[in-house]
Design a protein around this ligand. Structure first.
Ligand code: GAR
Length: 203
């Protein structure tokens, strides 16, 4: 049984896709042991609670400094006892210590075809705004392992999505989610649970 902890910051539609896939058996032999958010009012926390998944908020302003926040975040992750950490719209830069400790055990979903439209400042709707501003005709989503950089870790899978005439950032975001994100992330977790994709170990 693969134990996963899911880290979120917002609405949690990717979390919902994972929950649904686990419940329908599309992700096999996997248990979501904990959902952690850096926002106390993240709707994702309610999604977790509705499905009986332990949910916890670890909020920066509740701690005197970044080091204390990082320590609390790492403690929350450690307490989950997870084999795999899934960043599903988690908009906090991870503490380097966590990355070291969970080397090749943290995956992230990013809403573009890395290395385009990624790195510092590219998150959420901003990515899609930048895609439309540049006028590219194809975008997509990427699932990758997390390393010390921002969106620089080894790429696991990508899926292209068409940009259409008249798209707004919101319309494009929704298409990228429906056609790529909600499919890719559960599929990667299932591959890991089935042993088709190895996690942990040496790089
Ligand atoms: C998703 O589009 C995810 O790819 C993106 O935030 C959104 C969260 O939506 N993540 C990033 O931009 C990470 N750099 P959700 O809360 O509905 O899953």
């Amino acid at each position: 049984m693969l134990k996963i902890a899911v880290l979120v910051s917002g609405g949690g539609t990717n979390l919902q896709a994972i929950i649904d896939a686990v419940e329908k058996g599309k992700i096999r032999d996997t248990q979501i042991v904990k959902v952690i958010s850096n926002k106390a009012d993240a709707y994702a926390l309610q999604r977790a609670e509705k499905h009986g998944i332990p949910a916890q908020a670890v909020v920066r302003k509740d701690y005197p400094d970044k080091a204390a926040f990082h320590e609390a975040l790492l403690a929350a992750v450690d307490a989950a006892g997870a084999d795999l950490i899934v960043l599903a719209g988690f908009l906090v830069v991870l503490p380097p210590e966590m990355i070291r400790k969970y080397r090749r055990r943290i995956i992230n979903i990013h809403p573009s075809l890395i290395p385009s439209f990624c790195g510092d400042g590219f998150y959420g709707l901003r990515v899609h705004e930048a895609v439309l501003a540049r006028g590219v005709k194809v975008t997509g989503a990427t699932v990758h392992f997390v390393d010390e950089g921002t969106d620089t870790g080894p790429i696991i899978v990508q899926k292209a999505v068409e940009v259409k005439e008249g798209d707004t950032p919101e319309v494009l975001q929704r298409r990228v989610m429906e056609e790529a994100e909600w499919i890719l992330l559960p599929a990667v977790i299932d591959d890991i649970a089935a042993g088709k994709l190895k996690i942990g170990g040496e790089e």
